[in-house]
Design a binder for this molecule. Structure first.
Ligand SMILES: NC(=O)c1ccc[n+]([C@@H]2O[C@H](COP(=O)([O-])OP(=O)(O)OC[C@H]3O[C@@H](n4cnc5c(N)ncnc54)[C@H](O)[C@@H]3O)[C@@H](O)[C@H]2O)c1
Length: 359
């Protein structure tokens, strides 16, 4: 496959690792990356190592994905150090890199060079449900006709993207939604595990993540997960200060357990025709004090075979595989498949249960 030039929107806990994992994929060339405060651009390929060094422990933002302002892209503000985040160089995030330029309009700046891009991976926080759909609108309005791919989690966003399918088709845009680990990798695994059956009764996704780098380096991820705890929702989670988040983590001794999460695995499996959304459950355990997984990530698919046997197929991840590996490997794998589809003239909205990721 020909080389793929891609951009990453958001270089926090996920986006930084996207860039790092892409270094292991010959055909992928990261040429643009932005965060809330800045943008790095190089048509010959970013110096990923330099960018990662400059942003180590130095992520611009508070995990909110601020959408204030007239064009709803960024507040252009400067992140503060309130969460104990080390600031290296001047300013926060990408602007600390030699390649970074400050900007008040990072997403617009990527859109301005989008005609040179084959794909754009969106690794932005998602505490406003229409944030990513609105970003997609802006790429489509600007005439972008490549791949957009996100790692968002919430079920209700998928419908908002589906509503835009016709617009994407007309624009020649291929959108892959929910293409991280869960939803994403594990949704795809469930779709594959379902193939033994003629009827699927139940799909259970149970994940374990150990993230010693904690809230300060994974702000969007931890803030959004807290929204699933009893007594919280995305509005209350969005309003929490960094200190309040650290207090919640402290109150749980660093281990947060979640049940019945609103993860889009359910609607993505339903739209792929595998089972009803209500037959899918997602839960898991996040340990922000240790890199060791607190529980093994498992997907179980229970169904009935054509000859009447009821059985459960199980897919399990190795405990040594990190969240960064299980989100970014698949996200880049789906990105490659999506570029193939796009080049073959297939446009619209796809979910991770509908295409196999490339390697
Ligand atoms: N599907 C999965 O399996 C999976 C797993 C983990 C995380 N995620 C999702 O990935 C997303 C990112 O999480 P994270 O922990 O990397 O977040 P983070 O807070 O560490 O990083 C977010 C990045 O986005 C940038 N940003 C925020 N608002 C912006 C704006 N308006 N314009 C430009 N840049 C902006 C920030 O500067 C930062 O670089 C979250 O939505 C999280 O839920 C998905």
């Amino acid at each position: 496959m020909n080389e793929i030039d891609f951009a990453v929107l958001g270089t926090g806990g996920i986006g930084r690792r996207t860039l790092e994992v892409s270094q292991h994929k010959e055909q992928l060339r990261p040429v643009a990356a932005c965060d809330r405060n800045g943008i790095a651009l190089d048509r010959d390929g970013l110096d990923v190592e330099e960018l990662l060094d400059a942003t180590e422990g130095n992520i611009a933002g508070d995990g909110r994905g601020d959408t204030d302002g007239p064009d709803a892209a960024t507040d252009g503000g400067v992140a503060t150090d309130s969460g104990g985040v080390k600031q290296t160089g001047e300013g926060a995030g990408i602007v600390a890199s030699e390649q970074g330029e400050p900007t008040a309009t990072p997403i617009d700046d990527v859109i301005a060079v989008a005609e040179d891009l084959d794909a754009v991976l969106i690794a932005l926080p998602n505490l406003e449900h229409d944030f990513i759909p609105r970003i997609a609108d802006r790429f489509a309005d600007a005439g972008y006709s490549g791949v957009l791919i996100d790692v968002l989690k919430r079920s209700r966003v998928i419908g908002m993207l589906d509503e835009r399918a016709e617009t994407f088709e007309e624009a020649g845009l291929t959108f892959v939604c929910g293409a991280g680990a869960t939803p994403g990798f594990l949704t795809g695994a469930a779709a594959l595990a379902a193939q033994s059956f003629v009827e699927v009764h139940e799909i259970d996704i149970w994940w374990g993540v150990g993230l010693k780098s904690g809230y300060k380096d994974n702000r969007g991820t931890v803030r959004e997960d807290i929204a699933h705890l009893d007594g919280y929702d995305i509005e209350t989670a969005r309003d929490l200060s960094d200190d309040e988040i650290e207090e919640i983590v402290e109150a749980h001794d660093g281990v947060l357990e979640f049940h019945d999460m609103e993860h889009a695995d359910d609607v993505l499996l339903e739209r792929a025709g595998i089972c009803d959304a209500e037959d899918v459950t997602v839960g898991g355990v996040l340990d922000v004090r240790s890199d060791e997984k607190p529980t093994t990530t498992t997907v179980t698919v229970t169904g009935t075979t054509f000859d009447g046997e009821r059985a459960t197929n199980t897919f399990e991840l190795g405990d040594e595989t990190s969240m960064a590996a299980n989100v970014n490997g698949p996200a880049l794998g789906y990105l490659q498949s999506a570029v193939r589809r796009n080049r073959a003239g297939e446009y619209g909205v796809f979910g991770p249960a509908e295409l196999m990721p490339g390697f």
